[in-house]
Design a protein. Structure first.
Length: 370
């Protein structure tokens, strides 16, 4: 069914023979994958990594497929280093070091060059994550990774309420192993997967661990890309007053929607106000705050309404951005809210009242639409 499983027959045979045993009880016998002697009782079964044609499937159908949105936007995919099938049992494998596929410069690889381990399901989906540690009958059941015999910490999976889970736009919970593999001189590095506890009858974790080479993208750079991408601004919601008895509209013909200039996430004055393409609200948020929160959580939804908010879905309110940038902090501090108007009509600024009994002052800003 899956190309990766078909390419790795040793993975299935090893899983059946060793499922449920810890590393201390595993024999090394795997006819296709390893040559360890019978007396080496502590060795893990060796499972061959994915073959080239499987890596090409992963490259084109998963990591280079924009509709999949697997890696966080803070990473730019560069290359597949390898992959291995994990089928509910301990294993060890070897994967190529980055310098075997990309020549290492004399000064070394760029600090932005990173190596990640990415958990996928058997169907190559990325929204399940790593095994969640659990306790059963006093025994701790967990999944551990070792790279070159060094333990690697697995991140917790997405922290979402049931109400937000269904609509969540997730990126993979990748593990950064760069310090362990980027500078090594050997052509291969080892990856071990070990399950703790007596798991003979337990379903622990099945899937694919992919190893990818990426370029790290700074949030500031991602923000600049978003600001430079123009989206036609959606017209604000306008509610007109009902007709009077004489057939004319009342004094207030349009009830316009107000927008605070303070970010609801940081409570500070916004510099780059944004909202999502699919958001129903007109309230903006600070771009940097949105990117930080989404990147940290690996969930790319609007913090206010949970609508999908991938970088290409983010819209900058350039009129509001330009007004804030063109006025001093003292002036901006006096603003109560901005009145969003119909396209082609001037932006309105409502200032705070000097005294409670006074009405707010409205300033009409006749700026052109961008």
């Amino acid at each position: 069914m899956h190309a990766l499983s078909e390419a790795l027959p040793a993975a299935r045979s090893a899983a059946k023979r060793t499922s449920g045993r810890s590393s201390s009880l595993l024999s090394a016998g795997d006819g296709e994958g390893g040559d360890a002697s019978e007396e080496d009782e502590d060795a893990l079964p060796f499972v061959r990594a994915a073959r080239r044609h499987v890596l090409e499937v992963l490259r084109h159908e998963v990591f280079e497929n924009p509709s999949r949105f697997v890696l966080s936007p803070v990473y730019h995919f560069m290359d597949m280093l390898g992959a291995v099938v994990v089928e509910n049992s301990n294993l060890t494998t070897t994967l190529p070091a980055p310098h075997t596929l990309h020549e290492r410069p004399a000064e070394g690889f760029s600090p932005q060059r990173r190596v990640l381990l990415v958990p996928l399901t058997e169907a190559y989906e990325h929204t399940t994550g790593w095994m969640v540690p659990t306790e059963m009958e006093g025994a701790q059941l967990a999944m551990s990774l070792y790279v070159n015999d060094t333990p690697v910490s697995l991140p917790p999976n997405w922290q979402l309420s049931p109400a937000k889970e269904a609509a969540a736009v997730k990126t993979a919970m990748a593990v950064d192993i760069t310090p362990l593999v980027l500078s090594i001189e050997r052509d291969l590095f080892s990856l071990q997967v070990i399950f703790s506890g007596d798991v003979a009858e337990m379903e622990m974790w099945r899937g694919v661990i992919a190893c990818v080479l990426v370029e790290e993208v700074e949030l500031a750079q991602l923000g600049e890309r978003i600001v430079s991408t123009y989206h036609k601004r959606r017209a604000p919601v306008i509610r007109r007053s009902p007709l009077s008895s004489c057939g004319e509209r009342g004094v207030v013909a349009i009830t316009e929607v107000s927008v605070k200039i303070q970010c609801p996430i940081t409570t500070l004055t916004m510099e780059i106000p944004v909202r999502g393409m699919y958001c129903e609200h007109l309230q903006c948020m600070e771009l940097a705050a949105v990117l930080i929160q989404c990147a940290r959580q690996n969930v790319w939804n609007c913090p206010l309404c949970s609508a999908a908010m991938k970088p290409e879905d983010i819209i900058v309110n350039h009129r509001l951005k330009d007004w804030i940038a063109s006025h001093s902090r003292e002036v901006v501090a006096q603003v109560e809210y901005i009145v969003e108007t119909e396209l082609g009509r001037p932006l309105k600024i409502v200032y705070k009242a000097a005294r409670p009994e006074q009405h707010s002052t409205i300033e009409v800003i006749d700026d052109e639409e961008k």
